[in-house]
Design a protein around this ligand. Structure first.
Ligand SMILES: NC(=O)c1ccc[n+]([C@@H]2O[C@H](COP(=O)([O-])OP(=O)(O)OC[C@H]3O[C@@H](n4cnc5c(N)ncnc54)[C@H](O)[C@@H]3O)[C@@H](O)[C@H]2O)c1
Length: 364
């Protein structure tokens, strides 16, 4: 089978794991043909490290007949611009999250892709990993009966101790909801299906943040977005979820993700990972039992969603980490912010199919 040819735009922090996986474990299906960055040095360094044949500009990639899909690993503010250019230039695109800064922008991208018969895919793809697919299999197999409710907690004190340029985490398009929400909300939609309405209260614990590592250590950066969001989601099935995402909290023993059904409870993994463990407490056996994994993607498998999309294009099937899911997640996240601002429930306009399960027989 011919490999799908990829051009990577953005050679920052997350590019290493993508390039490792795309040139390694997913290298049988995809081939990275070129990398691009505003910093020529950064792009050249990644090209050398991962034996990528070319360094190009994003526009050169769009114009090149040697490239099938652009992988957009730029910062959130640039996502829309790169995706729109790629689609207008006739290229499929897979972008890091969030799909765009606003639902309106995301909708424009989806319309453009659909009009031109192109695929648009969007991270996160951790919901395809072993941990969350094990939860999915338990639900599909009826292990907890009918799912009634869920809780999801992303509790942290932000990224300024781990990222040398954390500015984007605190500007529009960032914050704990737009940055980390996609992992949790994609997981919830994959497990419980599409949502109907959301509500939230939001706050901002700190007016500025101080960078704690790298060459800019000690520099103060502005905070533009809410950094504590406590929200609720009502799904089309009637199930409801409580979701907190925060960059204002130091330590807490709260679980990452739990699903409550008529017959039992699933204690899920951190949705920002591909791994387990997954515990099941059923009405008949309340002792928590660890469940064996439903697929083999428990290591950091970034690039799995893109590779699955590459194969879906060949088969003419919808991609699991597709744009409709990305847009629905974006509307939910924006809905939380709007609800917090306006003190009202937000009905959702977008809808997506619950992505198909991705279990053992779907390995790629
Ligand atoms: N850092 C993480 O741990 C992490 C984890 C998962 C997802 N992500 C997501 O990945 C994306 C990138 O994050 P990052 O941490 O790698 O950011 P980063 O700031 O380290 O890197 C972004 C890179 O994009 C480049 N860039 C910006 N505009 C460009 C353009 N027009 N053309 C070419 N290159 C351009 C920048 O020069 C920079 O090198 C974000 O959407 C983020 O949400 C990051």
């Amino acid at each position: 089978m011919e490999k799908t040819r990829i051009g990577v735009v953005g050679c920052g922090m997350i590019s290493d794991i993508y390039l490792t996986n795309l040139t390694g474990r997913f290298g049988h299906a995809v081939q990275v043909m070129a990398v691009s960055d505003l910093s020529q040095d950064r792009a050249a360094a990644q090209a050398e490290k991962y034996h990528i044949p070319k360094v190009m500009s994003a526009q050169e990639m769009i114009d090149s007949p040697q490239i099938d899909i652009l992988l957009n690993l730029t910062t959130p503010r640039v996502h829309f611009e790169i995706c729109e250019k790629a689609l207008l230039g006739g290229k499929h695109i897979y972008t890091e999250k969030p799909l765009s800064l606003s639902y309106a922008q995301g909708k424009r991208l989806l319309e453009l892709a659909e009009k031109r018969g192109l695929y648009i895919g969007c991270a996160t793809d951790t919901f395809l990993g072993a941990g969350l697919q094990t939860c999915r299999k338990l639900i599909d197999d009826g292990a907890i009966g009918k799912p009634l409710a869920a809780t999801a907690f992303m509790m942290s004190h932000g990224w300024e101790g781990a990222h040398q340029n954390p500015d984007f985490y605190y500007l529009t398009g960032g914050g704990p909801m737009f940055d980390m929400g996609p992992y949790y909300i994609s997981a919830l939609v994959s497990l419980l299906g599409p949502a109907k309405e959301v509500a939230a209260m939001t706050s901002r614990g700190f007016e500025t943040r101080t960078i704690l590592c790298g060459p800019r250590k000690g520099q103060s950066i502005p905070v533009e977005v809410p950094t504590h969001i406590t929200g609720t989601i009502r799904f089309e099935t009637g199930a409801v979820a409580t979701v907190i995402t925060t960059f204002d909290v130091w330590e807490t023993p709260l679980p990452f993700l739990e699903i409550y059904g008529t017959q039992g409870t699933i204690v899920g993994p951190d949705p920002n990972t591909y791994q387990g463990p997954v515990l099941l407490r059923s009405a008949v056996d309340p002792t928590p039992g660890q469940v064996s994994m439903a697929n083999q993607y428990w290591e950091n498998s970034r690039g799995l969603g893109l590779t699955e999309m590459a194969l879906a294009i060949k088969r003419g099937e919808p991609a699991r980490a597709g744009g409709r899911l990305g847009l629905h997640v974006l509307e939910i996240m924006e809905g939380f912010h709007r609800s917090g601002q306006d003190s009202r429930f937000i009905s959702l306009e977008s809808r997506c199919e619950r992505p198909r399960a991705f279990i053992e027989e779907n390995l790629i």
